[in-house]
Design a protein around this ligand. Structure first.
Ligand SMILES: Nc1nc2c(ncn2[C@@H]2O[C@H](COP(=O)(O)OP(=O)(O)OP(=O)(O)O)[C@@H](O)[C@H]2O)c(=O)[nH]1
Ligand SMILES: [Mg+2]
Length: 330
């Protein structure tokens, strides 16, 4: 349910991942899956040309065999995409996504694309960390930190925190740790992989840190571990990170609205307790505030309905808040 008069909110999502981590492939898979949709939620590029381009690249990936099926590594220019996330084809939220060369993560910070990236990250509402399953095939070693550049990723998170101010209970920061190419490490116990990931990003799992973290394995196809150039492309879990990002934003909006509702209720009750003469004098103010109260209430109901639908999908993912495992609820 979407309220007619609500302006469409636009959020930015920043995906961090080294070169070859699978960022572009993930974007293509995610877009393809979300065009068909999940539980009535769908995604569409705001721009027709982007839609065509993403769809053509996806067609290539699923129909070609050989190395050519895969996207070419990104060049220095950053590509921006804007999407509408809809329920029953009615836009619920807009979001922006950028695809860039992972190489930027290792460049000196004077490079143009690095500073563009840093700028974008600080404006983002949600971070996606992209870790390639190829580095999690075995238990992590000090070498894994180097391969995944997790120290560098931690630095970016640090930068994000310093601009955004510390996350808190009222204003948690959502962050999705996406393990791409999970087909390569599906022989391992899921819990072992999750505990490795937690070791790499310990700060995100500390008590009272205010981080809302999802660890989500994704793959473009189970067969790809044995045959990356010929294996069938059937994405697994590709929708979950987006569902998480939208859910987290709705959750934040809901918390904000509830605080406003509380504030408003106190004000209305105070007015109602004044003597009849004052009430008469302030009748229009009371009416206005009561209407406002009803608006908040119906907005909260609308948001919670959508959160409920999204949280059903998130039952399959591992979610942590303040370091403890939680289930997505409303
Ligand atoms: N096994 C497996 N391999 C994958 C999967 N997704 C991508 N790959 C492989 O990973 C390679 C790199 O993927 P890209 O999507 O180009 O990586 P990227 O992060 O966009 O890289 P840059 O653009 O250089 O930053 C692909 O060419 C594929 O060979 C997957 O789900 N499973
Ligand atoms: Mg790329």
């Amino acid at each position: 349910m979407v309220l007619e008069n609500m302006e469409l909110e636009n959020i930015k999502i920043a995906m961090l991942g080294t070169s070859g981590a699978g960022k572009t492939s993930y974007l293509l898979g995610m877009y393809a899956v979300m065009q068909t949709g999940i539980q009535g939620f769908t995604l569409a590029a705001q721009d027709m040309d982007s839609d065509l381009e993403l769809t053509q690249r996806w067609e290539k990936l699923i129909s070609l065999e050989g190395e050519d099926r895969w996207p070419t590594p990104n060049a220095a220019t950053i590509e921006y995409y804007k999407f509408d996330f809809s329920y029953g084809y009615r836009p619920l939220m807009g979001f922006e996504w950028l695809d860039y060369r992972g190489l930027a993560l290792s460049d000196r910070s004077t490079e143009q694309d690095v500073s563009d990236l840093v700028q974008y990250i600080t404006e983002s509402e949600c971070l996606f960390l992209c870790l390639s399953g190829e580095h999690l095939v075995n238990e992590i070693t000090p070498n894994t930190v180097r391969e995944l550049k997790s120290d560098r990723l931690n630095q970016f998170i640090q930068q994000y925190v310093s601009v955004k101010k510390n996350p808190s209970l009222q204003k948690p920061f959502p962050i999705a740790i996406i393990i791409t190419k999970y087909d390569l490490c599906h022989h391992r116990e899921r819990d072992d992989i999750i505990s490795d990931v937690k070791k790499l990003f310990q700060a995100l799992f500390t008590p009272n840190s205010g981080w809302l973290v999802m660890i989500c394995p994704v793959s473009l196809g189970r067969e790809l571990c044995d045959d990356p150039n010929g294996g069938k492309i059937i994405p697994v879990n590709a929708h979950l990170p987006i569902v998480f990002a939208i859910y987290a934003q709705l959750r934040a909006n809901n918390l904000k609205l509830k605080a406003q509702l509380e504030h408003q209720t106190v004000a209305v009750n105070a007015l109602k307790q004044t003597n009849p003469i004052v009430q008469l004098l302030k009748a229009s103010e009371l009416e206005e505030q009561t209407t406002q109260l009803q608006t908040f209430e119906s907005e909260i109901i609308a948001i919670e309905e959508n959160m409920k639908l999204l949280s059903q999908e998130l039952q399959q993912a591992s979610l942590y808040f303040n370091g403890s495992e939680v289930t997505a609820d409303v």
